[in-house]
Design a protein around this ligand. Structure first.
Ligand code: BJ8
Length: 423
């Protein structure tokens, strides 16, 4: 990597902390990703993006800023990228996938807060996330109680914070609330940029995001093959990078990789051996660099064939209809698309379990591993009914509860190995 010290200093990063984070990340990446066998050649691009995630990509975002674009950071797939792009802005996901500055974090948050929330506090307090620091606006959403209450403290730490309210159920009033919030967000971006969003702008934004989602769905479908042409780890990585990379370039590179995978499937060449036990992972999102559980699963000899997760199919499925004749009609279509996301913060949330069943069937999975972050009430509460419903249908389920530490690796491996043996 080139020397980006000046850029990181200008962004206000704490260089010692940042070096420590990069060293950790680099080591984990090498041992988890680069030791895999039979990786498709197209993964080279995604390895490169990861190696430059804090370098070249940040430089690009700064160049975009110099050219007048605003960078919008977000923590949730409910923040509509179509509207961000329509406003001439760039969307970046704020990862929150690793522990950092835990002692400092626990001075402002209770210990029993989920790792994801603690992570973005740690990244902010430790000044280690260039995406957070480069963002002109950071959008938080009132989804789970943990996030919405934590944002009350977070907004004191981050002056450029914008909070979006969120419905808790799928009733008509919930839809009305989401429409109101998306219109307010659009108005906020117009105010920030001084640009009036037209119907054509939103149509263009929708086209870019739909193309990205179509490529991700192409990748998802290719994983139905046995042998699977790509590891679950690599597929997860691609889904994670979807939140950071330039969307048009990402789509082009992912389609090129899918062309390669098409050939591998025809030739029956797999990244993982044929007849390996096939698993769907379902539950909390796994943000970069949270690769712990997938690494354990694939080290146990199974292959992950789908993620029922916001960094995966829950977040990326369903296109936005772009056929409306008016700007309001298009905003309605954006609301329609996002209102289908079956996050566990909604009650009731029967659609989610139906989707898990559908994924199990579509990707020929032998079992489901439910992944819950400790102290995440929505997903852990829901995991009991998910398990009960799936088992009624004869689908084996393993429920895991963990955090970002490495302390439970031995215990996780034992449980996963036992599960993989019986499916
Ligand atoms: S749409 S899943 S990205 S809210 S793990 S912080 S739920 S206590 S992340 Fe999410 Fe949007 Fe829903 Fe998806 Fe709370 Fe649970 Fe922590 Fe979580």
């Amino acid at each position: 990597m080139a020397d980006y010290t000046k850029m990181w200093t200008d962004l206000g990063l704490n260089l010692d902390n940042h070096d420590a984070l990069l060293a950790n990340l680099g080591g984990a990446y090498q041992s988890i990703f680069m030791t895999q066998e039979n990786r498709p050649a197209g993964m080279g691009y995604f390895d490169f993006v990861m190696s430059e995630a804090h370098g070249l990509r940040i430089q690009e975002l700064r160049e975009e800023q110099e050219a007048g674009r605003k960078i919008i950071g977000s923590f949730c797939v409910f923040v509509p990228e179509e509207i961000v792009l329509a406003a001439g802005c760039t969307s970046v996901g704020l990862c929150s996938g690793a522990d950092f500055a835990q002692e400092e974090v626990e001075k402002v948050l209770p210990r029993n807060t989920c790792s994801l929330i603690k992570s973005f506090f740690g990244f902010s307090l430790g000044k280690v996330c260039p995406y957070m620091e480069v963002s002109d606006l950071i959008v938080g959403e009132n989804t789970c109680d943990g996030k919405k209450k934590a944002f009350e403290t977070f907004k004191e730490m981050v002056p450029n914070f914008y909070q979006m309210d969120m419905p808790q159920n799928k009733a008509p009033m919930g839809r009305k609330l989401l429409t109101h919030e998306y219109k307010a967000f659009l108005a906020k971006l117009e105010e920030m940029t001084g640009k009036k969003i037209s119907k054509k702008d939103l149509q263009e934004g929708i086209a870019i995001v739909n193309a990205k989602r179509a490529a991700l769905s192409r990748l998802a479908i290719l994983r139905a093959a046995d042998p699977c042409p790509i590891s679950g780890l690599d597929a997860l990585l691609i889904n994670q990078i979807a939140f950071l990379d330039n969307p048009a370039r990402f789509t082009e590179k992912l389609n090129a990789l899918c062309d390669e995978l098409d050939v591998l499937v025809k030739e029956k060449k797999g990244a993982i051996a044929e007849k390996a036990p096939r698993v769907i992972i379902s539950g909390c999102p796994m943000a970069i660099p949270n690769w712990k559980v997938p690494a354990v699963i694939e080290a146990a000899g199974a292959v992950i064939v789908g993620e029922e997760s916001c960094i995966g199919e829950r977040g990326q499925r369903n296109a936005t209809d772009d056929s409306a004749e008016t700007l309001d009609g298009l905003i309605d279509a954006v609301v329609d698309r996002y209102f289908k996301i079956d996050c566990a913060v909604f009650t009731p949330n029967q659609e989610r379990v139906e989707h898990i069943k559908e994924m199990t069937k579509n990707y020929n999975a032998d079992g489901v591993i439910h992944y819950g972050l400790q102290f995440c009430q929505p997903y852990i509460m829901e995991s009991f009914s998910v398990e009960k419903t799936l088992e009624k249908d004869g689908i084996s389920v393993l429920r895991l509860e963990t955090d970002y530490s490495q302390e439970d690796m031995g215990q996780l491996s034992t449980r996963v190995e036992a599960f993989v043996e019986i499916i």
